[in-house]
Design a protein around this ligand. Sequence first.
Ligand code: DOR
Length: 308
Amino acid sequence: EQRLAVELPGLTLKNPVMPASGSFGFGDGRIALENDLNQLGAVVLKTTTKNARTGNPQPQIAQFPEGVLNSVGLTNPGVKAVVQQKLPALRTKYPDLPLIGSVAGESVEDYMIVAQQLAESGLLQALELNVSCPNVAEGGMQFGVDPRTITKLTSLVKQQVDLPVYVKLSPNVTDIVECAQAAALGGADGLTMINTVYGMRIDPVTRRPAVGNVMGGWSGPSLKPLAIRMIYQVAQQVALPIIGVGGISSAADVIEMYLAGASAVQVGTAQFSDPLACWHIIADLEEELDKLQLTSLTELRNEVKEGF
Ligand code: DOR
């Protein structure tokens, strides 16, 4: 249905809803490959690094009624296995599905190598630069909280690849607009925002931290106000399309993200309680548009009113 279609740099999507990086893995995550992925707007793959990573000590994920804490640590089989096995397998099963690769590294050089090899596969429509993982000491969040590093990483990767590049921003900063402007300066085609908030939970019975790495990334509905605020601030100041992510679990949440300034959305934590969350949100979106007497989502973008 044309009503939900979205055009983003390098991406033609039948609807704006995609599973967020991490939740889909490489087709081995929370979404069973038996579901019809062709109904999704796109799929973002798990962040890929140069070498394979086993991630942080177990437990890597702790679920709570009000959200999820993860200290995964970029577990992935490394770019070679992704390019030679994971990507071709997915592409064979889904020839037309927009696929977005996610890139991270321990150094600027790492980012470039991973980006180049993912791009050279010829199997991806876009790259997401993950400069905001809270669970790795080297690279990851460290890069994403320093505007000058964001600019440098983005411009080097852009010189290296022909694919559109979306920079995934960290909420663990005091000035999100500065980070977004840094990505724009580096030549980013778009922004994905936001990654998880750096948090911690403690079990009162065992008195142990909830995750093996002690602290981790917090996600779920409680993140939505922060995401909405940051997307709104950035949309006012930076002329780049924004893929909104943070606490989305319903079609109404998608509408709210659009009003703040998003042009598409990603769903992560909602899939813990409902692996078909993306499908349900897509199915509800049309009804939600009817309720608001709208013909398309696009006309809502950035349409938040000022004052009361
Ligand atoms: O919360 C997160 N966890 N954000 C990321 O960017 C990566 C992931 C992980 O692997 O730790």
